[in-house]
Design a protein around this ligand. Structure first.
Ligand code: ATP
Ligand code: MG
Length: 270
């Protein structure tokens, strides 16, 4: 049943891949076993977990951009209705926006200013693109460059600018901040907060728990393709006693600003 302000609900998500082994023999692997996450309008949900825990696949399943050898089970409900394959295509880039993890999602053969203009209303696309460049610390002349001519941090800011659109209801940001200088980092986090304050649901996938906690409302913790806990952001405080799962506490306590406890299982996450 949909709660009145719920934008996204993912329940029992399972993702398998068929792979070829030894000639034409195939095998199936299931790295995503049971993911659950729900996000309300006006809320930022941080999604954390070690490398390989399933964060990007969760994002790609919602967007409908899993590779062809993937099969997906479970329920994805968007604004109270099942998010079908057709709807994913229809809503992508309009109501549902992805800030991808990899800068390879940019077109290598198109100047970056042109890429930011895609999907903006034609009549003021130039003005809006220039505003977005200013907001994310990019210079006007950077717009004439191709992706290979920009640094990694600049490319991440371009990616972010491509996601800022009117009528967005769900924003999925997959590691939007690594390699970004502090000013642009806070501009990006503030922009995510502004999306939420305007009524969107925001999924912030990140390894940077501390920065995420400055803007997020709740945190979902993934481990080995499963959701192990969803907690309010304020539970990530002091020694993390308010967290239910030992792994969430271990993640929190492994941070240098906390007790810096070393748990082998959480090293990959930081
Ligand atoms: N196309 C694929 N074929 C087979 N397995 C895959 C494929 N894509 C991802 N996986 C596996 O699924 C698991 C989850 O991958 P995913 O990319 O979602 O991790 P992640 O949590 O985003 O990691 P990171 O923090 O490094 O970005 C990993 O074990 C990965 O090896
Ligand atoms: Mg990832």
């Amino acid at each position: 049943m949909k709660k009145s302000n719920q934008i996204l609900s993912v329940q029992n998500l399972k993702i398998s891949f068929t792979q070829y082994v030894k000639g034409l023999n195939t095998r199936r692997i299931t790295p995503i076993k049971s993911l659950h996450v729900s996000i309300n309008a006006g809320e930022i949900m941080a999604v954390i977990g070690a490398s390989g825990s399933g964060k990007s696949l969760l994002a790609h399943a919602i967007l409908g951009i899993l590779p062809g050898n993937a099969t997906c089970d479970g329920d994805i409900i968007y604004c109270g209705e099942p998010l079908t394959a057709e709807k994913k295509i229809q809503l992508r880039g309009k109501e549902i926006s992805l800030i991808p993890q990899s800068v390879n999602y940019l077109d290598p053969l198109m100047r970056v200013a042109e890429q930011v203009k895609i999907g903006l209303p034609k009549k003021d696309a130039n003005k809006r693109q220039q505003e977005l460049f200013r907001r994310y610390g990019l210079k006007e002349k950077d717009g004439d460059l191709y992706p290979f001519q920009l640094s990694g941090g600049m490319l991440r800011r371009v990616l972010f600018a491509t996601s800022v659109r009117d009528n967005i209801k769900l924003v999925i940001a997959d590691e939007p901040t690594p390699g970004i200088h502090p000013e642009a980092l806070s501009a990006i986090l503030n922009q995510l907060r502004a999306f939420a304050d305007d009524g969107a649901a925001v999924m912030l996938i990140t390894h940077d728990i501390v920065s995420a906690l400055t803007v997020c409302d709740r945190v979902t913790v993934l481990k080995d393709g499963k959701t192990i806990e969803t907690a309010k952001a304020d539970k990530f405080s002091a020694d993390g006693k308010g967290l239910q799962h030992w792994y969430s506490r271990a993640l929190w306590n492994a941070l240098p600003q906390n007790s810096f406890s070393i748990y082998e299982e959480v090293q990959a996450c930081l």
